[in-house]
Each structure stands twice: as C-alpha cells, then as structure tokens.
Design a protein around this ligand. Structure first.
Ligand SMILES: [Ca+2]
Ligand SMILES: [Ca+2]
Ligand SMILES: [Ca+2]
Ligand SMILES: [Ca+2]
Length: 390
C-alpha cells in the first residue's frame, strides 16, 4: 500500500516580533509500498460446462477466467496464475497473466468427464513466495455435442415402392425402418421416427402412421385407386441431440393396385349413337365408332374395354372391332331393301365374351342402359342415287 503526505515547512528568523521574516516551502513525502498484501481470488469456486467440440486450435475458446485482486501497487500487485493440479493430461492451458483457461487439445472423446482444476495466484510477477498462496477451484464438465446425423440401416433401396391393393380395408405394418447414429449414446444418438408433411414431422396422416419409437409404418383404412393411385411418403429419422437435432429422410412410394370396381360406361347424353352408311359400299366400310370409359386403370386389365354387338345383328350385316369400338359393314347394303338398322352395343371388361350373329353370351337388360354399359346404335342407309337419269 502506498501513501502520500503533503505539508508546508516554514522557516522564521529570530528578529524581534514585528520584523521577523519567514518563508515556507511545500514538502511532499511518499511512503513507499511494501508487499504486505497477499493476492486473493474474488471467487474461489468456478463451475463450467463445455461442449466436446470446443475449438482448441488455432483460435481456442476461453473456458473460464479466474480473477484475483491485490491491495498493493506496482510489482507488489503484479499477479501471476499457476495451474497447480488437475491438468495431468495436459488438456488445459492457463494464461498466467490474464487468468483465462483454454483447451490445450481436442476434447472429443472426453464427453461425460469432469476435471477439477486448482489455480494459485501470487504477485511480484510470480516471484513472491507466500506461505499459503490463495487457491481457486475450477470444475470443468464436458458435454457431448450432437455431431452425427442418423443413418438408415440398412441403407434404403433407390425408388422404394410398396403396393397396396385397393378396396380392401387394412390395418397393418407395411414397412419397418431403422436408423442408427454414430454419436456415443444419450440423446445425441436417440432416434425417433416420423412422417414429414410439408415442413412438419407428424406421427400419422389419414392413411399412414409411423411409430415414433419402433419405426413401424402402418397403413390403415380403405384405399381407392380411382381417388388416389399413389402416395409419396417422406420418412424421417431424427435424433434428440443438442444443441441441434439432426434428421435424415427417405422416400417411399405406395402404389395402390387396381381392382375391377368400375364398369365401362358410355358418356352421358349419348344414349343413342347415330351413323349413316352409303348404300352399295364394299364390305368393310367404317360406319362409326362407339367409345366407353372405365375409371379403372387405363391400359390395365381392369380398365380395358371390349365392345360387343349384342342385339340387332342376327343377319350379320355388321362387325365390331371389339378393342376399338369401330363398326364395319360386312355386306353391301341396298337401301331399297333395308334403310335402317338398330343395334345394341355392350361395353365390358371381359375380353372373352362371344357374340356372333344370333349367338351371344350377353343378354342386355334395361339396367344396362340405365348403367350406361350398353348403347343403342342407329345406322341409316344413304341413297346413292343409283338410278341415274338417262
Ligand atoms: Ca501484494
Ligand atoms: Ca446424432
Ligand atoms: Ca373396370
Ligand atoms: Ca379400380
């Protein structure tokens, strides 16, 4: 501690009173410091948590700073810090003038460990010897940081596709997925499974649910291919790590396979198709085409349409191309003999019906017209003016 004293020194001569003279000068006295104060830590216990990927090189992050004070001045208060125990593995470095503790090596692999460091402080630039230097304890706990993303195991196949038959009510596990995480245990490696809808992770949608814990993907309800033929699912494996949780995605296509739950129908407003055919045309003339639609899978066996002339063709005037619905003449027609025909055409998914002349596997009822699976076809024979004027 240093003190300053300031006073006036006054000199007076011995002349008789009244004529005596005096003079004064200011005097400054400095009492020099002695190192009579031991440095003391402001705080004697420090508890710090660090993450295992704390930067250590080239720009190490500070772990803690110990602070001490000393009532002296100058060199008597010039403090130095020393790490006296707890650093046997050399993982820490103490800046001896600032009191800042840094990592001296990577902390990866140290997660879960606790280090008890002891720091001493002394003065006189570290050369003072106090019988009992003041000490502070610094407890450092290493937390692991989430480093790895979950990985699907085994790796999912490219373009993974599952098939579900439509029109059957189901409630069963259709796929079980699994992921693993290379972090060492704990929340950083704990994985939950979800479905991703938009940006949200959800446990279930209308038709699918994912078990958060087991990765079991379940489908339930009745699937209607004609309403929705496929589902593109995004499956999520997400860990519970800190400071950031990671997730990994995979894609799954669920294809709803067709069953024949729709019959072919002719369009509304076409209860009767009307065509004309010129008389005396060579057989094979294209009279016209009828066309039905089937809501089942186009081109698939359940959506493919076959056409049969089931009435009105007993004398085999016409034929129909059963896959296209094209009606052709089979004979030359003379309008003066017959001027109109009325056929009934039936559309079916069955490729193997037999309808030829008066032999036909199919019998058409009024219900077929109401269901629009059958259509009346009127064919008018046009006069070719075969009686040329002479
Ligand atoms: Ca001192
Ligand atoms: Ca992880
Ligand atoms: Ca069908
Ligand atoms: Ca169908």
């Amino acid at each position: 501690m240093t003190f300053f004293y300031r006073f006036q020194a006054v000199a007076t001569d011995s002349a008789p009173s009244g004529s005596a003279r005096s003079s004064s000068v200011p005097v400054n006295i400095t009492i020099l410091d002695r190192n009579d104060n031991q440095p003391r830590f402001v705080q004697r216990e420090y508890f710090v948590r660090v993450i295992d990927n704390i930067p250590h090189y080239p720009n190490p992050s500070a772990i803690a700073q110990v602070v001490a004070t000393d009532a002296d001045t100058g060199i008597n208060a010039d403090l130095r810090f020393v790490l006296v125990s707890g650093n046997e593995e050399g993982l820490f470095r103490l800046d001896d003038t600032s009191g800042v503790i840094y990592p001296n090596a990577s902390f990866l692999g140290q997660s879960g460990r606790r280090f008890d460091l002891t720091v001493e402080v002394t003065d006189e630039s570290g050369s003072a010897v106090w019988p009992e230097p003041d000490r502070a304890s610094v407890t450092v706990t290493v937390d692991s940081v989430n480093t790895h993303k979950p990985e699907w195991f085994p790796p999912p196949p490219q373009d993974q596709t599952l098939r579900l038959r439509e029109e059957t009510a189901i409630d069963r596990v259709i796929l079980k997925v699994n992921a693993r995480d290379r972090d060492h245990g704990g929340e950083n490696a704990r994985i939950s499974y979800y479905l991703k809808v938009g940006n949200a992770n959800v446990g279930e949608t209308k038709h699918f649910s994912m078990s958060e814990a087991t990765g079991e993907l379940r489908a339930r309800g009745t699937f209607d291919r004609e309403v929705r033929p496929r589902y593109e699912l995004v499956l999520v494996a997400r860990d519970h790590g800190t400071p950031v949780a990671f997730e990994t995605l995979r894609f799954l296509t669920v294809v709803v396979t067709d069953v024949n739950d729709n019959a072919p129908v002719f369009p509304t407003g076409s209860e009767v198709a009307r065509f004309t055919v010129p008389e005396e045309e060579e057989p094979g003339f294209l009279v016209g085409r009828v066309k039905a639609e089937d809501a089942d899978e186009a081109g698939g066996p359940e959506g493919r349409i076959y056409y049969y002339i089931v009435e009105g063709n007993e004398d085999r005037w016409f034929s129909i191309d059963k896959t296209y619905g094209n009606i052709y003449t089979k004979q030359k027609i003379d309008r003066e003999t017959i001027d109109r025909f009325e056929l009934v055409v039936k559309a079916s998914n069955d490729a193997d019906l037999l309808c030829e002349g008066s032999t036909c596997d199919v019998e058409v009822t009024q219900q077929d017209f109401e269901d629009r699976s059958a259509i009346r076809v009127q064919i008018f024979v046009e006069d070719k003016n075969d009686n040329l004027p002479k």
